[in-house]
Design a protein around this ligand. Structure first.
Ligand code: MOS
Length: 726
């Protein structure tokens, strides 16, 4: 189904099921422990042997010798795989470094061997017997040292942008800010590590895996192994978090496949926590210079944002300037990204890539400008709102309610209680401050397909390779099918995460909810036609509700249509707004209150509020869970998260959850989430948008701004730890 904008009234607008705060349909299976995660698929792949991954002990160089004899002789060992005996491997589209390294080493803990044994302990013990010597090479590990050699990254979206004459306008502006901000490398640190079980049947490979994008990873696994894509099946029904870390094929899935081929039986591989952080991807550190010039009455006349980040050769930049192209008005503007070569592990997408670190800088800069102008930071943002794309005048936003988010948030949060002057509010030993930030994340629309089955009992089954990474996909897809087919939610069965199902949008870039449900909508439209024809009704007239189909004064049970055998319908939804006439984005505002210990600098977040304008909210309960999770992640980014680089050896030192600190319950205060009532007919017939990444965007800056308001200390270098306040 090709969708032509704008969406008109359609069955989804009934909102009998969609838009309701239903409990998660997969909740009981998950809370009772009966939902099988990749590593637990023991019934599907019985008698699996265990693989243990050996990671490179240097960051850059090559292997001079690798002795596998002792490992091969160790008890229980079935096979040892390395680049030497793995055969010719291709490279996937989505990974930068090879997933099985050697003899060249691209980064620390790049996988160089897999030991397969009868038990996990035997595999781990034998892995310890693998003897490797290296010739080390000097690598680049510090962004600030290689920043000068950074180059303009490839790709149209990564090109410099320019409107008017930024340099001149900035130089002539009455009020100016020129500040540089640092965001550190961060880790996804999801609960479930990367895990896969692989099994071969002849030349056909099945992999039970934890992966956000089934079709991408199926393609990359086939490409890497050099076999046809049709011979690979990926199954990923339940995923314990991803945050972008599982967007792509990673080493454990490839190695499980290679191990299973060598051992001639199923092999399961999970990356151990200490290996995960350097073996897989992370959010790259950035250095961002922001210049803003404004008139004395607070109108931005010039805005410039430059960002530097690093990656392995052939890698991508962290696109931290993207929101600055779209968020605020101003006639003279420039953005620029530069990419340096770093020999740290591979950088890639982490929740709201680009905008999350970009807003960490931009939204402090906006606070600093408001301070210089002596204008309230909420007012300053409102003054500089724009109704059109400021780089492409005349191109409107499909919806843009930033001002409503800021105004209603300020009122609900009690913003008038904030002291305009920093360091003025105190409760005993605690300095109290409030901060605000705008939230912005683009809304991407992806093609997505689904298949619907209707059986003789009136049960509607949805099949799509869409994934649920803890986000609630099962539930909103069930709601969509129930609404479209006019049945109760318990008459819907949802099957996800299997490459034998139609290709979906997958879970990434906060496009999953809107795109995947739109695909289900398309398949349901086709099923409605099929049903109407079976029942001899005019498809254009047929109404589907309460388990019945009615048209022309006649009403028949839906199940009636399938009495002669199961009905099957399949379709995909293609992008709305094909000619991109409108800019589609999501907006929000974050408000935070912090208390900072006047003596120690310890910061405690007290209250958080997010107001979001993100199209139709398909399920307010699961959407709220997404946003409070994202706010918590933003709190981590503000106050604690940082991968610490070993500058001599080139790896992330704190590569486990003891050293890589994330918020725990005691760190997370009262959180409030408000969704503005909005539908966006440009996004899809669902009129929904993404919200799961919007929730993190701006949070860290709101906290840093609140810390400034509490203490008068401006920190431009994340995380805002107590040593930076004293
Ligand atoms: Mo997201 S970083 O595209 O999972």
């Amino acid at each position: 189904m090709k969708f032509t904008t704008p969406a008109t009234t359609n069955p989804i607008d009934q909102l009998k099921v969609v838009g309701r705060p239903l409990d998660r349909v997969d909740g009981p299976a998950k809370t009772s422990g009966s939902a099988p995660y990749a590593y637990e698929q023991n019934d599907a792949a019985p008698n699996a042997a265990y693989g243990y991954v050996v990671g490179a002990g240097v960051a850059k160089g090559h292997i001079t010798s690798m002795n596998l004899d002792a490992a091969r002789r160790a008890p229980g060992v079935l096979a040892v795989i390395s680049a030497e005996n793995a055969g010719t491997l291709g490279k996937g589209k989505f990974n930068t470094a090879k997933l099985l390294g050697g003899p060249e080493i691209a980064h620390y803990h790049q996988a160089i061997a897999l030991v397969v044994a009868e038990t996990f302990e035997q595999a781990r013990a034998a892995a310890g017997l693998v003897k490797v010597t290296y010739a080390k090479e000097k690598g680049a590990y510090e962004l600030d040292k290689v920043k000068g050699a950074a180059k303009q990254p490839k790709g149209d979206d990564n090109a410099d942008t320019k409107v008017g004459d930024f340099e001149r306008a900035f130089a002539g502006a009455p009020v100016r800010l020129d500040a540089t901000y640092h965001t550190p490398d961060q880790s996804h640190a999801m609960m479930e590590p990367h895990a896969s079980i692989a099994a071969w049947e002849g030349d056909k490979l099945t992999v039970w895996t934890a992966n956000q994008m089934i079709d991408w990873s199926r393609g990359d696994l086939a490409k890497t192994l050099g076999i046809p894509k049709e011979n690979v099946r990926l199954i990923s029904p339940f995923i314990g978090g991803g945050f972008g870390g599982k967007l792509f094929l990673r080493s454990e899935a490839l190695l499980a496949a290679l191990g299973a081929r060598a051992a001639k039986r199923p092999v399961k591989v999970a990356l151990s926590r200490p290996l995960m952080i350097n073996n897989t991807t992370h959010r790259p550190a950035t250095i961002q210079r922001i210049r803003i010039g404004a008139t004395r009455d607070g109108k931005i006349s010039a805005i410039g944002h430059e960002s530097w980040s690093g990656d392995l050769p052939g890698g991508q930049p962290e696109t931290a300037v993207m929101q600055t192209r779209l968020l605020y008005a101003g006639p003279h503007r420039m953005t620029r990204m530069r990419l340096a070569v770093l020999d740290l592990p591979e950088g890639n997408a982490m929740r709201a890539p680009g905008e999350a670190p970009g807003l960490m800088a931009l939204e402090i800069a906006m606070d600093e400008m408001a301070d210089k102008l002596k204008i309230d930071p909420v007012t300053f943002r409102i003054l500089n709102d724009t109704k059109v794309d400021p780089e492409k005048p005349g191109r409107a936003f499909s919806q843009r309610r930033l001002i409503d988010c800021l105004r209603s948030g300020a009122e609900r949060f009690g913003w008038t209680e904030r002291s305009a002057e920093p360091g003025k509010k105190r409760e005993g030993r605690w300095l109290i401050g409030m901060g605000v930030a705008s939230a912005f994340r683009n809304n991407l629309v992806m093609k997505s397909g689904a298949r619907i089955r209707l059986d003789a009992k009136g049960v509607v089954t949805v099949e799509t390779d869409m994934t649920d990474i803890g986000t609630g996909s099962y539930t909103i897809i069930a709601q969509t099918a129930a609404e479209m087919m006019g049945v109760a939610i318990d008459k819907v069965v949802v099957k996800l995460g299997d490459s034998s199902f139609p290709v979906s949008a997958g879970s990434g870039g906060q496009w999953g909810a809107n795109s995947a449900t739109a695909g289900v909508y398309a398949a349901c439209m086709k099923m409605r036609e099929t049903v109407a024809q079976k029942l001899g009704m005019n498809p254009a007239e047929a109404q589907f509700s309460d388990g019945a189909v009615s048209a022309g004064g006649k009403s028949v049970a839906l199940a009636q249509a399938a009495q002669g055998g199961e009905l099957v319908a399949e379709d995909a939804m293609e992008y709305g707004d094909l000619d991109k006439k409108f800019q589609q984005s999501t907006f929000g505002a974050h408000f935070v209150e912090v208390a900072v210990d006047a003596a120690t600098g310890e910061t405690r977040v007290r209250r958080m509020l997010a107001v979001c304008a993100a199209g139709r909210i398909l399920n307010p309960k699961s959407a709220r869970s997404q946003v409070i999770g994202a706010m918590t992640m933003g709190l981590g980014a503000a106050l604690m998260e940082e991968l610490v680089v070993d500058k001599r050896s080139g790896f992330f030192v704190n590569h486990d959850l003891a050293g890589y600190e994330v918020p725990v319950h005691a760190d997370v205060p009262h959180q409030d989430v408000v969704f503005l009532d909005e539908t966006d007919p440009m996004s899809s017939p669902m009129k929904a948008k993404g919200v799961g990444e919007l929730g993190i965007c701006g949070v860290a800056a709101a906290i840093a701004n609140a810390v400034y308001n509490a203490t008068g200390v401006r920190v431009r270098d994340y995380p805002v730890t107590l040593d930076k306040l004293l």
